[in-house]
Design a protein around this ligand. Structure first.
Ligand SMILES: Cc1ncc(COP(=O)(O)O)c(C=O)c1O
Length: 396
């Protein structure tokens, strides 16, 4: 017997597509995996070395729930540097990935009868976490505005029940980066209406000039008291499977998160905590700059390939590693007599007939787009888009 809560829950669709692509590959089919939410390359030598050393040093014990003191202090220094506001070790915590930090943040901040505004399209997990907390996600459409939040529309979406906003910049799946003006407008509304802002900046280092990432606390220092910052080592440091993320926020929130996590997962992996300490060493800045430069190149390749398919239109992404083209024209055409009708069927047809795995926009609250990750080698990007172009050509 399952609880109502469990019955209402669906598995992450992004993982679903990845698993299906993996299965086809295991059957010997050469699938281009445009569905990945991570880089397909190795993490840095110093991070790997620190993990080996931690194993040899028998870091087998539990640690404090939100991490060893040294790591919390280093994370606090990092967040202090990013925000220009002083964060103490008690105001930050290490978690098993940003996903755990987000779940904990949402769970301790929102409850039944609360509304939480989420700009749409949204990262697949945000609304599910809000629902798990018993609160109601309220979506703020942005597609009509090239995925930019309109603060007048945001103001109109606020009701007496609104308790928070979940923001993600740079954005998964659209690649949009919030401007300073939007964040300042949003902060004004949060201050005026006493709202908590969950600020997910997992892709903060993956922004491509001339775009610039802005941290909301840095822009508006009064926001420190009502902002929960979320960060991740998954993308920038190629550590997705290591599960390394963090939370920074008001001390009472971080304490509540520690209490919650002490009854669920306890601490994130002890060994990974030492590896993350190494990731935070300045020597790794070069590693991150290399990842950014490489993704910038891959983004150019993906954009050039996309531009050659006139049936698709796409807002230029400024950050993260996704393009999110509008595929609605394809939904009105047929492939060998079959019409895709919706983005889910289209994604299935692309996997079956073109051997490319994309994530349908429905996972992100859009029935007109698909997400294509360009965090794969340039030759695979080209092959994947050539297959996509061939598929589109064959539509009538
Ligand atoms: C916007 C966003 N937030 C959070 C996460 C979770 O990251 P982590 O691997 O650190 O749990 C992801 C991962 O895809 C993401 O895209």
């Amino acid at each position: 017997m399952l609880s109502d809560r469990a019955r209402a829950l669906t598995g992450s669709q992004t993982s679903g597509m990845r698993n299906r692509a993996r299965k086809l590959r295991a059957e010997g089919v050469h699938v281009i995996n445009f569905a990945a939410g991570e880089l397909d390359q190795d993490t840095s030598d110093s991070i790997k070395g620190a993990a080996r050393q931690a194993i040899d040093a028998r870091r087998n014990q539990y640690t404090d729930t939100l991490g060893i003191r040294e790591l919390r202090e280093r994370l606090a220094a990092r967040v202090t540097h990013k925000t220009g506001a002083t964060y103490a070790a008690e105001e930050v915590g290490f978690t098993a990935g940003a996903k755990q930090a987000l779940f904990n943040a949402v769970f301790v901040s929102f409850q039944g009868n609360d509304e939480v505004i989420i700009p749409a399209p949204y990262w697949v997990t945000f609304p599910e976490q809000v629902r798990l907390a018993g609160a109601t996600p309220v979506f703020l459409p942005t597609a009509h505005n090239d995925f930019r939040i309109d603060t007048d529309e945001l103001a109109r979406a606020i009701t007496p029940r609104t308790r928070g906003i979940i923001l993600n910049t740079p954005h998964n799946p659209t690649g949009a980066v919030c401007s300073a003006a939007v964040l300042e407008g949003l902060a004004r509304l949060a201050l005026q209406h006493d709202l908590t802002v969950v600020f997910d900046e997992c892709y903060d280092e993956l922004v491509y000039e001339p775009a610039v990432h802005h941290n909301i606390v840095k822009l508006v220092p009064q926001m420190k008291a009502r902002t929960i910052l979320i960060g991740s080592f998954s993308k920038t440091y190629c550590m997705a499977g290591w599960r390394a993320g963090y939370i920074a926020g008001p001390q009472a929130t971080v304490k509540a998160v520690a209490n919650l996590q002490s009854h669920t997962a306890s601490n994130a992996c002890n060994i990974v905590q030492y590896a993350t300490l190494a990731a935070l060493e300045p020597g790794n800045d070069k590693f991150v700059a290399g990842i950014r430069a490489q993704l910038r190149e891959q983004r150019s390749v993906a954009q050039a390939c996309l531009a050659a398919i006139p049936e698709l239109s796409c807002v230029a992404p400024e950050g993260a590693f996704y393009v999110f083209p509008d595929v609605s024209r394809l939904l009105t055409m047929s492939f060998r007599g079959q019409r895709p009708e919706n983005v889910d069927t289209l994604a299935e047809m692309l996997l079956e007939h073109a051997h490319i795995a994309v994530v349908p926009g429905s996972a992100f609250g859009s029935d007109r787009h698909v997400r294509i990750s360009y965090a794969i080698p340039a030759d695979e990007i080209k092959t994947g888009f050539a297959r996509l172009a061939g598929f589109v050509k064959s539509l009538v």
